[in-house]
Design a protein around this ligand. Structure first.
Ligand SMILES: [Zn+2]
Length: 401
């Protein structure tokens, strides 16, 4: 009996000791389980994001499929029904007018500095889906499957600003429809800020300005306006540090006076990619972005596309008319013109600030006024278109300086 008690006591002691030993390892297991649960949770969130992308892609594909079906049905019924060419023309004009309407398209979100989590297939060879670390995603063109690769091959020159000498513009139609954005909705303002009133596009005092001037602070980010490929990234006299990007629709955008260029020729860029920093290099009297939009080297007013003050793209589809081109635009900008205009503006502003007027009172004479304002009778006569013998009417205002 005593022996049994002893054995039982021993067994009990052993199991207590075992339990003591096991307690810490159980706690560790618990900890590991919690960690595993958290990991599973985060994976589930990620899968959730991917799932939502896949879902939205699926619905896009479904939509495309439905449209395709509708179109083939329509074609089938068209084949049997007589086609009314007038109606068809009216329909296509109405559709084009709808596309050309003025809109307000905001910039794509800024992905500069975001981590790329994953690149997924979109079901369409031409597009990828990129997942970013902040749970956002966007479509990006697959550059291996360029829709019209000749855009980036023909007249492609990474050294010469104007590679279009051989293009016969006289054969260009009176207007061209240009899609500014497609399903990827890729647009970003180059810089958000008002256009300097003196830096608008077009002729001023017989001098030409081929772009717009946007005052900025040196070091401010300058963004690629649409997707495309960098054609020029070099220091050019006049423009200073210049980046030229050619876009998928054939337009080219110019970014001049940069303090730094952050892209290389032949590099592919997405809309919103920071391509350089604002500055005042080249022929420039202060930090600003000289921004141009060109088609086959011909400049037109960038304000036709972009509301720079609000950073908004004004249309999805642009009807570029030949009449928009300056006849002088098949070359770069003459920045001496830009500076000459600025100097003349300053001179005129100073003259305006120095103007003085005098209201005639009883007893005033031209001679007395000339002495009072430190000028001459003939100068006062010239400013007011009067003669020294003109009788001064009381209450009349004369410009004296
Ligand atoms: Zn300019």
């Amino acid at each position: 009996m005593k022996r049994y008690v002893l054995i039982l006591t021993l067994l009990a002691a052993i199991s207590v000791a075992e339990a003591r030993e096991q307690r810490p390892s159980r706690a560790k297991l618990q900890e590991q389980a919690t960690e595993a649960m958290a990991e599973a949770d985060s994976l589930r969130t990620l899968t959730g994001v991917q799932q939502s992308v896949i879902d939205s892609l699926q619905s896009l594909l479904d939509g495309a499929e439905a449209r395709l079906m509708a179109r083939s049905n329509a074609l089938r019924s068209d084949a049997s029904a007589p086609v009314d060419p007038e109606q068809a023309a009216a329909d296509s004009i109405a559709a084009l007018q709808l596309r050309l309407e003025r809109k307000q398209i905001e910039s794509t979100f800024d992905t500069n500095g975001l981590t790329v989590l994953d690149t997924l297939s979109s079901g369409n060879d031409a597009l990828f889906v990129i997942l970013y670390g902040n749970n956002t995603w966007k479509y990006v063109r697959n550059r291996a499957v360029a829709r019209d690769s000749t855009i980036f091959e023909k007249y492609w020159d990474t050294k010469s600003l104007f590679p279009y000498q051989k293009v016969d513009m006289s054969s260009m139609p009176q207007s061209v429809v240009i899609d500014l954005i497609d399903s990827t909705k890729s647009y970003h303002y180059p810089y958000k800020g008002a256009v300097n009133p003196r830096g608008k596009y077009g002729p001023r005092r017989g001098r030409r300005h081929q772009g717009v001037d946007l005052p900025l602070k040196t070091g401010d980010s300058v963004y690629a306006t649409f997707c495309g490929r960098v054609r020029i990234s070099q220091y050019v006299s006049g423009y200073g540090n210049l980046v030229i990007i050619r876009h998928d629709n054939g337009l080219e955008t110019y970014y001049g006076h940069l303090s730094e260029r952050l892209v290389e020729p032949n590099q592919w860029v997405e809309a919103g990619h920071i391509i350089g920093l604002g500055g005042s290099t080249g022929r420039s009297t202060g930090p600003h972005l000289h921004f141009e939009t060109r088609y086959y080297g011909q400049a037109f007013d960038p304000e036709r596309l972009i509301d720079f003050k609000n950073g908004i793209l004004c249309r999805e589809t642009f009807l570029l008319k030949k009449s928009f081109f300056s006849i002088y635009s098949n070359a770069g900008q003459d920045f001496d013109d830009e500076i000459a205009n600025e100097e003349q503006d300053k001179k005129e502003a100073a003259e305006k600030a120095a103007m003085r007027y005098h209201k005639i009172r009883s007893g005033d004479t031209l001679g007395a006024l000339a002495i009072k304002y430190g000028t001459t009778v003939s100068a006062i006569c010239r400013l007011n278109g009067i003669k020294p013998t003109t009788i001064l009417r009381i209450g009349r205002t004369l410009r004296v300086r």
